[in-house]
Write a protein that binds this ligand. Structure first.
Ligand code: PLP
Length: 446
């Protein structure tokens, strides 16, 4: 599918972003030239996926589309039980309703915002156990998504295990820069968790990109097919939540994969309450078909090599021009280090948001803040939480843009880089929601 893009002039963009209260989520899509807000649901479906839509079975219960998806999930992930949901956060809502109680602790590697939101909404705490190396953007470490076993064991030792229903491994780790988790780390985390009787759940939105990095960066896996690597990764877990809008290359959808029948039964009740009957759960039959096909396409080596290669191409254009980016490059996005880019803008004035707005004004390129606004307030003290990194994420949709678009994006960002010394003030918040404020926040220029 081909869509027209609309080019705009800088004065138009300055007016539009002001009307949007300097929140990039509030822009209309035709006010954006190259949209790198997210790689979620923005990929282009293939000819085969479009054909699958025509074969959708829309029966309420027991549709053939459900069984097609069930078989694909079983074949790719190895999980015998699955529940369809309308997207990733819905999978979190259903599974966490069955697993998390008030006062619980959920360790993991830099939990994604919706994951953390669903944990905190239940008055539980997400404990970040990511390795410290992840927070130095200049350091070349092949697996910056890894969990620190020391940090994890400390959580296990210092708390009653009944309060730790699971550890969440996010593959790849979006919040720390689309960074992968090694097979060795997955194996060791799983062994440690088993020792303490704690479940391992994958936040698996970008599991295939993670497998690609294992194949290309972890010596023992060089000659293994991606699908074998994926099966081994999931063999170390008790379950997974999936936002199918990423590595399964569909515009909408999600699911839960589980190993244990009893947990599946518990989660099924919540699925019926929140999503729909267990054989469709918020998805139409045709969308389940396209998703099943997307799971096969998303785990092909050649596709992954091209996809991750395009991300690295943009990363190299920026890196070679001196723009500070998270290194090595991530799987789905390039993350610009905003504190190193704009050292004169105080963090209290939302430096990553300031940079994202500048990039939009410069070239109509929409990125997203992964910094203090996203990190939200502490649920107890209500003080701003300042994360380890202030990042601007340039997420690249799958099979959508050409490398020519990447050159354009790089040129726009390099223009901002060249006038960075003139950018000295940021923004203040004029409205924010009590949780997950970044989606609807309103800002004004200081
Ligand atoms: C790592 C991760 N987990 C969960 C989600 C939530 O998925 P969804 O947007 O489909 O609700 C996302 C979405 O961006 C994500 O990146």
């Amino acid at each position: 599918m081909v869509e027209p893009l609309r080019r705009s002039e800088r004065p138009e963009r300055e007016e539009w972003i002001k009307q949007a209260n300097y929140n990039l989520f509030n822009l209309k899509s035709d006010q954006v030239f190259v949209d790198l807000l997210t790689d979620s649901g923005t990929g282009a479906m293939s000819d085969r996926q479009w054909s699958e839509l025509m074969l959708g079975d829309e029966s309420y219960a027991g549709a053939s589309s459900y069984y097609k998806l069930k078989n694909a999930i079983q074949e790719i992930t190895g999980f015998p039980y699955f529940l369809p949901t309308h997207q990733g956060r819905a999978a979190e809502n259903v599974l966490f309703s069955a697993l998390i109680k008030k006062g619980d602790l959920i360790p993991g590697n830099a939990h994604f915002d919706t994951t953390k939101g669903h944990i905190e909404f239940r008055h539980a705490t997400a404990v970040d156990c990511t390795i410290d190396e992840a927070y130095d953007t200049t350091l070349d470490h092949p697996f910056k998504g890894n969990l620190s076993l020391q940090k994890l064991e400390k959580v296990f030792k210092e708390n009653p295990v009944e309060r730790i229903p699971m550890v969440i491994i996010t593959v790849t780790c979006n919040t720390s820069g689309g960074q992968p988790v090694s097979m060795q780390n997955i194996r060791e985390v799983s062994q440690l968790a088993r020792q303490y009787g704690v479940k391992v759940i994958f936040d698996a939105a970008r599991f295939a990109e993670n497998a690609y990095f294992i194949k290309t960066r972890e010596k023992e896996y060089r000659d293994k097919p991606i699908r074998d690597i994926v099966l081994e990764m999931f063999s170390y877990g008790d379950g997974m939540t999936m936002s199918s809008k990423k590595d399964a290359i569909v515009n909408m959808g999600g699911f839960i994969g589980l190993r244990d029948q009893e947990l599946f039964r518990q989660a099924s009740t919540f699925n019926i309450m929140f999503e729909g009957f267990i054989t469709y759960g918020g998805m139409s039959g045709r969308d389940m078909n396209a998703l099943a096909q997307g799971l096969y396409e998303g785990t092909e080596f050649d596709y992954l090599q091209t996809r991750v290669g395009q991300v690295a191409y943009l990363g190299s254009l920026l890196h070679d021009a001196g723009v500070p980016v998270q290194f090595p490059f991530g799987g789905h996005a390039i993350f610009v280090d905003a504190t190193r880019f704009l050292p004169h803008v105080p963090r209290e004035q939302y430096v990553a948001q300031t940079l994202a707005v500048e990039i939009y004004k410069e070239g109509g390129v929409r990125a997203v803040e992964i910094g203090t606004i996203l990190a939200d307030r502490d649920p107890e003290t209500r003080a701003n939480r300042y994360p380890n990194l202030e990042l601007v994420r340039l997420a690249i949709p799958r099979r959508t843009y050409t490398n020519n678009h990447m050159q354009y994006v790089a040129a726009a960002i390099i223009n901002v880089w060249e006038r960075r010394d003139q950018i000295r003030t940021g923004y203040r918040i004029t409205y924010e929601a009590p949780i997950m404020r970044h989606f609807t926040v309103a800002l004004e220029k200081i």
